[in-house]
Design a protein. Structure first.
Length: 367
């Protein structure tokens, strides 16, 4: 490549968009250390902190989503959209990218729309089994669409789709610990079956309720539990637990080493975010998925069903979780044949080295 490589990466809003974006940037940098990479995000969203923390420059657009509850507020939203398109155009003209990457989220809509108008080749990455609004709108304007699930030609032109999977955290895949060492690192017995309950960094209320409601099952199960409550709920839960004696339940607000947590566990109870599911697929981890009902287009339920339909995960509705989740988990973890079949089936769905594969597709677009 004769000229200096210049790439714009745009999107964000949630960790599920930001993590893949940074992973793709890192993979491009590994192949071309001289590459100049500029991120474009939405002002006030978490990418404005997360991207600089990962070592990349980011510009913010004043873009927001449409307000479905208060229609009049959308006059301001439209005004901000027009402003964002103008600002995106200026950022692109100043930076002169050779290629643009969109990972979903409002900012990527404005940025890739303007890039495509200027004839800059574009690639989008869709993390979920149900395509997001922004990516659906951009689909006809881009050259390549990287996906993680089969059947995405429901949303996108089939001739532009490439099955790449989602980038995942490398430390999750590469934990040097044995199962026994991983359990001991959490202060647990090394040879006892263990269930990991994790509701994301902030936590999940219904999953926490299901543990609180069934402490008797936990105590009498003969199993061990690692319970990540989430920072938001932790103080209340620690208050609730202070007079309870359940030594086989390890309560944590946050788990920094998810690789060790996964390695320690025989079964994971989790939300159905795209990044988490990709991790379970690559490590072959038996899982009970409890999709969050509070996400756009109900995409977590659709992610979960993509696994359930292939006997690669179990599934409990959020509303039913407080009653059904813990009894099902205890029954499942004691069924070795069930654990084995879940592990084998979920592993078949894993796609390795996704960030590298996507980076290669980005580089192929440069004229």
């Amino acid at each position: 490549m004769d000229k200096e490589l210049r790439v714009i990466i745009s999107g964000g809003g949630t960790g599920g968009h930001i993590f893949p974006a940074v992973s793709i940037a890192n993979a491009i940098k590994a192949k071309h250390p001289e590459a100049k990479i500029l991120f474009v995000g939405a002002e006030g969203r978490m990418e404005m902190q997360r991207v600089p923390a990962a070592g990349y420059e980011i510009k913010g657009l004043p873009i927001k989503g449409f307000n479905r509850a208060h229609k009049l507020k959308n006059i301001k939203v439209l005004w901000d959209l027009m402003k964002s398109l103008r600002l995106a155009r200026k950022i692109i003209k100043d930076f002169k990218p050779m290629v643009a990457v969109g990972v979903g989220g409002y900012a990527s809509g404005a940025t890739l729309y303007e890039c495509s108008k200027m004839g800059i080749p574009c690639l989008i990455q869709e993390q979920n089994s149900y395509a997001g609004v922004t990516n659906k709108l951009l689909a006809k304007r881009v050259q390549k669409i990287c996906v993680a699930y089969e059947g995405m030609d429901r949303f996108f032109p089939a001739d532009r789709i490439i099955m790449t999977g989602n980038p995942v955290r490398q430390n999750v895949l590469d934990s040097p610990l044995t199962k026994e060492q991983a359990r001991e690192s959490f202060g647990l017995e090394p040879d006892k079956k263990t269930i990991l309950i994790v509701g994301g960094s902030l936590g999940a209320r219904t999953m926490n309720e299901s543990v609180q409601r069934h402490l008797d099952i936990v105590a009498e199960s003969g199993l061990q539990f690692i319970w990540q409550t989430g920072k938001y709920y932790n103080a209340k839960i620690m208050e609730f637990m202070k007079d309870k004696n359940v030594p086989n339940l390890k309560v944590l607000d946050f788990i920094s080493d998810m690789g060790a947590a996964y390695k320690a566990s025989d079964l994971v109870i989790s939300r159905a975010g795209a990044s988490s599911i990709s991790e379970f697929q690559l490590i072959g981890k038996p899982t009970i998925l409890v999709p969050s009902p509070n996400v756009a287009e109900d995409h977590q339920r659709k992610n979960a069903m993509a696994l359930v339909n292939r006997q690669a995960a179990l599934y409990v509705e959020d509303a039913e979780a407080p009653d059904k989740l813990l009894p099902l988990a205890v029954k499942t973890v004691n069924d070795d044949d069930k654990l084995r079949s879940l592990s084998e089936n979920v592993k078949k769905m894993g796609l390795k080295n996704s960030a590298d594969v996507i980076a290669d597709e980005v580089l192929k677009l440069i004229k």
